[in-house]
Design a protein around this ligand. Sequence first.
Ligand SMILES: [Zn+2]
Length: 142
Amino acid sequence: MTRKLTEEQIASIPSLKASKMSERKIAILFGVSRNCIRYHVDPKRDIDHRARTIKLKIKQRLDIIAFFGGKCIRCGYTDWRALQINHINGGGHADRKRYSTFYAFYRAILTGERSKDDLELLCANCNTIHGFELREKKKAGI
Ligand SMILES: [Zn+2]
């Protein structure tokens, strides 16, 4: 429904409305739905929507972090903003392909649909180091 509008198109919506062009005509002009035009033209709705989305994303992350114990298992770091789910044996790419969104991935873990046995919680630093170690092991043929 909400095909992406360019920044220029979004910026031009208020002036088109001021020139008495109807939402319907603007929608036709840009090849999007009327809802899309309303969404971009109503600043309050836009802000609310963004705030809700950010809140929901934070909650999803906090839920999954709590599920994995709330801290980096290597160094004990606890700031949720830098905690990441690590694939112990690699395979993160396959999971990203399998689950279209982080939320779908988190939900599959929380519901038990996807095993958590090959996953662990690491901070960004430890996760980067883990990536190096994994590549070193591969090179060495371990
Ligand atoms: Zn760490």
